[in-house]
Write a protein that binds this ligand. Structure first.
Ligand code: ADP
Length: 598
């Protein structure tokens, strides 16, 4: 879903559906709606105070022009009032800034934690669709962009709009013709600004793209410097880089020359407005229709308002920059897990561990063929069942269905006779552990990695689990033992060691059902032996399903299920299947034995 819908509100690169954009943004900002209303109220007070100052100044000037010594106390009083207004404005300004920071910090907290929550709870199918690094980077960038937009709106746009609104009212109040002049020039300025933004946007976008390409290219040539030099490609690398920089320069130049041209136009509009106001004001003052104080007031507030307009110049830019991130985060917020947890699902008290597939079919979203076709099979409690067969046969898919990583499109998976979909998702999963081929390890200590599924486990329990998993053997050799940090993705451990950590983790979780995906390769025979021993220890009293590749493991299973192209082709014990003439199992094991002899 994520990728397909990303550009919904960017209907094409230059057009953007503003209504949809703001509706989505607003819905993402739900927890701060009230704070936004409060901010607006504060800003109304602030902008009124900002106009009250010049209004008081008008009275002071009027009193001075008809100076009368008896009115000295009035003048002092007015000056004191002016001081109070200025101070009040600073105080309100403080509260406005506080509110804005509160909004921004809350938005960070809300968006990041809800994105994390969504990502963690979404099903595996969702995560397989998109690149992990990308997903995380885009969420973080999106949150930054949204907050920049909030800052721009709260500090620049909203105050300017309010200021213009109040100024217009006041100007109409002083003389309607002032209001009219003002109302003519403001929209003109806005139109020019919008056009400038639209015109400059592609150049700015292009500049960013080229910048990204340039840094990518530089990084590539430095990372692969050995190859560059071995093949004497220095000149070529330089030429490619120069070409990008040239395009970067031309975009930058077009951007600036447009800004300069439009700036001239915008200043012309503003200056014409200012002069007309002044001339008309002089005319009125000459006639005696307004006082000098009023003239000064009109000029002060219009100049202030007109120059504030420059503050909202970059709004369009900000909206364009945030369009995609807003859309992405919105899509993520709307995403629902395909695997749903039922209300009042069964909470299993004592799981026996009997699993049954009843005519199960499953097809991955983006593949043509079904991965499982009408599969029926039984896994008996307390026994070890091996899934075997050629790669791509559907073994892993079966294991994932047992854990409800996906739900089958047709048929049922039953645990102790009940459909998995009727169980409480998190409760039944507590009874199952999976040891995958590639055990995922966190960049923490070995101790924390083993205790991942059971963080409250005591050190003795962790040690006991490591012993069962035959992991103690290598942990003991490490300088820091259980406190050794394993590095990102367990880079400091070998494949066999990671798998034994995975087994220890499963042992500690003490599940009724254990699914073990045997490593196909990369294991030295010593690690293999240790892992097999560990498996022998933990299979007692458990239902064990093993996706097996090695004959030595397969032979130990109570039941073997052979899968090919999504179907069960054979079932039985090793003895039964190995003696079935023409069977796939016989063929497969025959190949392996030959290999063993080699
Ligand atoms: P096995 O474990 O036996 O090798 P799998 O269950 O992994 O087989 O795969 C069965 C089929 O499903 C294969 O054709 C494989 O290409 C396909 N498949 C597996 N995982 C995915 C996935 N995440 N998306 C699309 N197709 C998949």
């Amino acid at each position: 879903m994520g990728i397909v819908n990303v550009n919904v509100i960017m209907e094409n690169k230059k057009q953007i559906n503003l209504r949809k954009f703001f509706a989505r943004l607003w819905s993402l900002l739900k927890p701060v709606h009230k704070r936004f209303y409060a901010l607006l109220a504060i800003l109304v007070v602030l902008e009124s105070l900002n106009l009250a100052g010049p209004y008081l100044l008008k009275f002071i000037i009027d009193e001075i022009t008809n100076f009368d010594p008896e009115k000295l106390s009035l003048l002092i009083g007015l000056s004191a009032a002016l001081f109070i207004v200025y101070q009040a404005s600073s105080v309100v300004d403080y509260f406005a800034d506080r509110k804005i920071f509160q909004i921004i910090t809350r938005v960070y907290e809300h968006l990041l934690s809800s994105a994390h929550q969504k990502l963690v709870f979404l099903d595996l199918g969702y995560h397989e669709k998109e690149n992990t690094g990308n997903k995380i980077l885009k969420v973080q960038r999106g949150v930054d962009r949204i907050n920049e937009l909030i800052g721009n709106f709260s500090w620049d746009v909203a105050p300017t709009v309010l200021q213009i609104f109040f100024t217009t009212i006041l100007l109409f109040f002083v003389d309607w013709r002032f209001g009219l002049i003002f109302c003519f020039f403001i929209p003109l300025f806005m139109v020019l600004t919008l056009r400038l933004n639209k015109k400059v946007y592609p150049y700015r976008r292009g500049r960013f793209d080229e910048e990204e390409k340039a840094s990518g290219l530089m990084a590539q040539s430095i990372i692969n410097i050995n190859t560059v030099k071995s093949f004497v490609q220095e000149r070529n690398e330089l030429n490619s880089y120069k070409k990008i920089i040239k395009r970067f320069k031309s975009n930058l130049w077009s951007e600036f020359s447009n800004i300069l041209r439009y700036n001239y136009g915008r200043h012309l509009v503003i200056d014409t407005g200012r002069i007309l106001m002044l001339l008309f004001g002089i005319h009125l003052a000459w006639q005696g229709s307004i006082t000098i104080g009023s003239l000064v007031f009109v000029i002060t507030v219009t100049e202030k308002a007109m120059f504030s307009l420059f503050r909202i110049s970059r709004l369009y830019d900000r909206i364009m920059e945030s369009a995609e991130p807003v859309d992405r985060i919105y899509q993520l917020s709307q995403e629902e897990p395909a695997v749903k947890n039922p209300k009042n699902g069964i909470i299993p008290k004592k799981v026996k561990g009997k699993i049954e597939f009843r005519r199960v079919s499953y097809k991955y979203e983006d593949s043509k063929e079904k991965a499982l076709k009408d599969v029926s099979l039984k896994v008996l409690p307390g026994c070890m069942t091996a899934f075997v067969g050629p790669s791509g046969g559907g073994k892993t898919t079966l294991a994932r269905l047992i854990f409800r990583h996906y739900d089958p499109q047709k048929g049922q998976v039953l645990l102790d006779g009940e459909d998995l979909r009727d169980y409480d998702l998190y409760e039944f999963r507590k009874n199952i552990s999976i040891v995958p081929q590639e055990v995922e390890v966190f960049n923490t200590s070995i101790r924390d990695n083993i205790a991942y599924g059971n963080p409250k486990a005591s050190f003795e329990e962790i040690e006991a689990a490591a012993k069962v998993a035959n992991a103690e053997e290598f942990i003991g050799k490490l300088k820091k033992g259980y406190d050794t940090k394993v590095g990102e993705r367990g880079i400091k451990l070998s494949g066999g060691q990671r798998q034994r950590i995975g087994i220890a983790r499963a042992v500690l979780a003490d599940p009724r059902i254990l699914v073990f995906d045997e490593a196909t390769s990369n294991l030295d025979s010593y690690s293999e032996k240790l892992i097999q021993e560990a498996m022998d220890k933990i299979r007692k009293n458990r239902t064990v399903i093993i996706i097996a590749h090695r004959l030595s493991t397969i032979k130990k299973a109570d039941k073997i299920v052979v899968l090919e192209e999504g179907q069960v082709v054979e079932e039985g014990s090793h003895y039964q299947l190995a003696n079935k003439s023409g069977g796939l199992y016989k063929k497969l094991t025959g190949l392996q034995e030959l290999k063993d002899i080699e």
